[in-house]
Write a protein that binds this ligand. Structure first.
Ligand code: SF4
Length: 350
């Protein structure tokens, strides 16, 4: 009698055993805190980018208590450059919640974990399976790509119906035992062989029944989000410089774009301001719009207010900073770029 063919999970696990990544910094032990931090950093960010951020974060905040007690500026500072800052704010908020409602221990039930800010079902499943060996299914970006190709799933995975289909397939494929290894294996497959571009299908342990591979249509999956033309917004960043060559920064409110980060005050027009120079305009692109930024040096050292500052109950905190010796707080990416430029080429005051 011929042998029963190996299941998807069995082939994947055998490959993981010989070729999977087992020495990532967050795999050194099963500390749920470190695994949680890594999973949040890995959302929307590649492993190689995460390495140095993860090491610095764990050096500064080695456990739940240190993170919960830290000022948000310190947390955002260590996140500067990683993007999607809501992840850092949620991590901080969740650490405080875990301190107060779970006695500092990462909860072990999936219902409790998904109540924490910034943790969805897939991330919760990954943390609980890696930290506590529980059986849960995951569906992150890497897994979606593998499944879309393997089953030739048409349409954009962000559509509810496609998303639900992918969850169903993911549940069916996850083995009851060794779920943690399986989850790591399928993430690894997506990150190393079933890559976004130039996947290495000939080395793939599940290529024998991969529909897209058989049909030579791998590059068609997963389908991209239908393109909406991104709107373009304009803003002026107002750079005040004092005699000590310090610039004025303000902290944005905790929610919204660049929440909690330090930025130059902004204005939608400059009619009321005395401008001494205008620097070249540049574009910063968010997931849902482009922001065309015109940095202007304004000719007085009075504190300019951002356009919408007056509507806030609390005035925004401000501080004068030397671009060459910045305090350890979080900065929005375009602000960091302008500060680096000002540190290199100080502007002469007129
Ligand atoms: S055969 Fe290619 S497309 Fe199919 S799962 Fe493997 S790497 Fe991905």
């Amino acid at each position: 009698m011929p042998n029963k063919p190996l299941s998807f999970a069995q082939r994947l696990l055998a490959w993981y055993h010989t070729d999977g990544r087992k020495d990532l910094p967050w795999q050194r032990n099963r500390d749920p805190y470190a695994i949680w931090v890594s999973e949040i950093m890995l959302q929307q960010t590649q492993v190689s980018t995460v390495f140095p951020y993860f090491e610095r974060f764990l050096d500064r905040f080695p456990n739940m208590a240190t993170l919960a007690q830290a000022p948000i500026d310190d947390v955002l500072h260590l996140w500067t450059g990683l993007g999607y800052y809501a992840r850092a704010r949620n991590l901080h908020k969740a650490a405080q919640l875990i301190q107060t409602t779970h006695a500092g221990q990462f909860p072990q039930s999936i219902e409790k974990v998904i109540e924490l800010p910034g943790i969805g079902l897939s991330t919760a499943g990954a943390i609980l399976s890696f930290a506590f060996g529980q059986t849960h299914t995951i569906l992150d970006g890497n897994v979606k790509r593998v499944l879309c190709r393997h089953r030739a799933i048409e349409d954009w995975p962000g559509k509810t119906q496609v998303h639900n289909t992918l969850w169903e397939i993911a549940y069916q494929l996850t083995p009851e035992d060794r779920a943690a290894e399986y989850n790591q294996a399928i993430m690894d497959l997506g990150a190393t062989l079933c890559r976004r571009s130039k996947p290495d299908c000939t080395q793939c342990p599940v290529n024998q029944d991969c529909v897209a591979f058989a049909e030579n249509t791998v590059s068609q999956y997963p389908e991209s989000k239908p393109k909406n033309k991104k709107p373009v917004r304009q803003t002026f960043m107002l750079i005040s410089i004092n005699e000590q060559q310090e610039v004025l920064l303000e902290r944005r409110p905790p929610v919204g774009i660049w929440g909690g980060l330090w930025c130059f005050p902004e204005a939608s027009d400059t009619a009321q301001l005395t401008i001494s120079h205008q620097l070249p305009e540049f574009r910063h692109t968010f997931s849902h719009y482009h922001l065309d930024i015109t940095p202007v040096i304004i000719n007085n050292t009075a504190k300019p207010n951002s356009d919408d500052n007056s509507r806030l109950e609390e005035p925004r905190p401000t501080q004068w900073c030397k671009p060459s010796a910045l305090p350890a707080v979080g900065y929005a990416a375009p602000v960091r770029k302008l500060l680096a430029m000002l540190a290199k080429q100080p502007i002469a005051l007129s």
